[in-house]
Design a protein around this ligand. Structure first.
Ligand code: ZN
Length: 186
């Protein structure tokens, strides 16, 4: 079997997963993985598959199922994280090709070996697992500015960021100030 080089630590993980979640239709943006060629372009863009890969419609649907499961898992309000969603997610990731190994410096690595669609799929699942063990799941957030709704990864020290960036932060703070003034006048 072809042995890939030791995978990178999960630093890359949040960015790939944020990018996947950002392909969902949201405030003012359409579905980004609407056909097999856009799914192929996304996978190649993330370095998960070689450039110009072939992706079938069935594979695209699997990728969307994984993305929806991931969204429910990381971002849906807690009460919606039901047993049914867990079952669906587990069914989607069942059989994903994962390679678990221990390195000489006593690190456990979870990776996916090959450069096929299944390998890329397994790689995304391995990133989800690596993020879990790195305590990163709670840092995936949706911007609190509902006109924006962008998915972001909160890499702040406190882990208390509510907005995707400064622009939304300034906007929301100004809006909150205005409504506080209005309340004061009443
Ligand atoms: Zn935002």
């Amino acid at each position: 079997m072809h042995r890939s080089r030791a995978p990178k630590p999960p630093l890359e993980a949040p960015h790939v997963l944020v990018s996947l979640l950002a392909t969902r239709a949201a405030a003012g943006r359409g579905e980004q993985l609407g056909d097999p060629s856009s799914a192929a372009a996304w996978l190649a863009g993330q370095g998960l598959l070689p450039s110009e890969p072939e992706v079938t419609e069935a594979e695209r649907r699997r990728l969307l199922d994984l993305r929806e499961g991931l969204y429910t898992l990381l971002l849906a309000p807690r009460r919606r994280w039901t047993r049914k969603a867990a079952r669906l997610f587990n069914r989607t990731i069942r059989g994903a090709p994962l390679e678990i190994s221990v390195t000489a410096d006593r690190t456990v690595r979870i990776a996916s070996p090959d450069r096929t669609f299944d390998g890329a799929f397994g790689k995304i699942v391995s990133l989800v697992i690596n993020c879990y063990f790195a305590g990163q799941w709670k840092r995936f957030k949706t911007c609190a500015n509902d006109e924006c709704g962008k998915v972001f990864y909160d890499d702040s020290r406190s882990g208390a960021r509510k907005w995707c960036g400064r622009r939304c932060g300034d906007k929301m703070r100004a809006r909150n100030r205005r409504s506080a003034v209005k309340r004061g006048r009443r």
